[in-house]
Design a protein around this ligand. Structure first.
Ligand code: NDP
Ligand code: KAL
Length: 257
């Protein structure tokens, strides 16, 4: 069995900057020999994604704008990718968003608007992206999404995003069941807290990191590289018997009572 990704193409959605988990995934896939296709929400991040990709050795990456709240944009992005590269072998979905005011205080105060926005971008987007990407995975493939413990348990301040992650986790499993007959596997990585742009400005983030360092079985936080290598595992044939699974890359924190 050959676990190199040479000759394979993977779409990576959600690189904002060098701290993004998506960038950790991109580097692991690239190190394994994959060709990369990047998508970003708006022009605002295009330059930074292109500059990062430029740092990859022998870079042959492609770039597309794709706001996942827009069904036509999602459809067009994957049509363009099909025209430009043909077959793809997998996809990393590293996208989430909620309004700042819904990530503090009490969950009971979440507005209908805020609830729908968080679910639209953070959970439904996996459905629309999987539907658009599946026809390009003519040799089978893998889809990986990023989730967090706050979807399984109540975590202070995570609020509406926790409910959206619970929806994302179930979405991942239903997609795994639908797409399995086409040899497409769908899995999630539940990452421990990592300081990224999304985490910036989040109250008490440093306290959360300190708690992981004190209590997690490995007594340390995890890195983008560690999540990236697990994504490589899930997107390669190493995990060929695994689908509908949530792998925690969190120093073991989730096993604590
Ligand atoms: P980043 O801020 O680096 O990435 C978040 C990404 O979401 C951005 O690239 C942003 O795109 C994208 N995004 C937001 N709205 C849209 C949209 N409408 N269309 C397309 N893309 C959109 O943060 P992370 O790397 O931390 O987040 C990646 C994933 O990891 C998220 O699902 C997050 O919930 C999850 N996660 C993060 C953890 C952490 O501690 N950091 C822990 C567990 C899970 P753009 O930049 O182009 O706006
Ligand atoms: C318990 C934790 C800390 C509490 C809070 C909330 C974290 C929510 C994640 C969510 C994705 C953050 C946002 O949507 C931020 C957004 O309102 C403002 N930021 C932006 O618009 C930037 C510029 C762009 C790039 O961000 C996005 N997302 O588009 C959770 C911690 C311990 C773990 C984390 C951070 C989990 C997670 O899901 O990210």
């Amino acid at each position: 069995m050959n676990f190199s990704l040479k000759g394979r193409t993977y779409v990576v959605m959600g690189v904002a900057n060098k701290r993004s988990i998506a960038w950790g995934i991109a580097r692991s896939l690239h190190a394994a020999g994959a060709r990369l296709v990047f998508t970003y929400a708006s022009e605002r991040f295009e330059k930074s994604v292109r500059e990062l990709a430029d740092t990859l050795e022998d870079d042959t990456s492609l770039f597309y704008e794709c706001d996942v709240t827009d069904d036509d944009a999602v459809t067009k992005t994957f049509e363009d990718i099909k025209n430009d590269v043909g077959t793809i072998h997998g996809l990393a979905h590293c996208i989430a968003f909620a309004k700042k005011e819904d990530l503090q205080g009490e969950f009971v105060d979440t507005s209908r608007d805020g609830y729908l926005l968080a679910h639209n971008i953070s959970a439904y987007s996996l459905v629309s992206v999987a539907r658009a990407a599946a026809p390009l995975m003519t040799e089978g493939g893998g889809i990986v999404t990023l989730t967090y413990l706050g979807g399984e348990r109540v975590v202070k301040n995570y609020n509406v995003m926790g409910v959206a992650k619970a929806s994302l986790d179930a979405t991942m499993k239903y997609l795994a069941n639908d797409l399995g007959k086409d040899a497409i596997r769908v899995n999630a990585i539940s990452a421990g807290p990592i300081r990224t742009l999304s985490a910036k400005g989040v109250g008490e983030f440093s306290t959360i990191l300190k708690k992981i360092e004190a209590d997690a079985p490995l007594r340390r936080t995890v890195t983008q590289e560690e999540v990236g290598d697990t994504a490589y595992y899930l997107l390669s044939d190493l995990s060929r018997g695994v689908t509908g699974e949530i792998i925690h890359v969190d120093s073991g924190y989730n096993i604590l009572g």
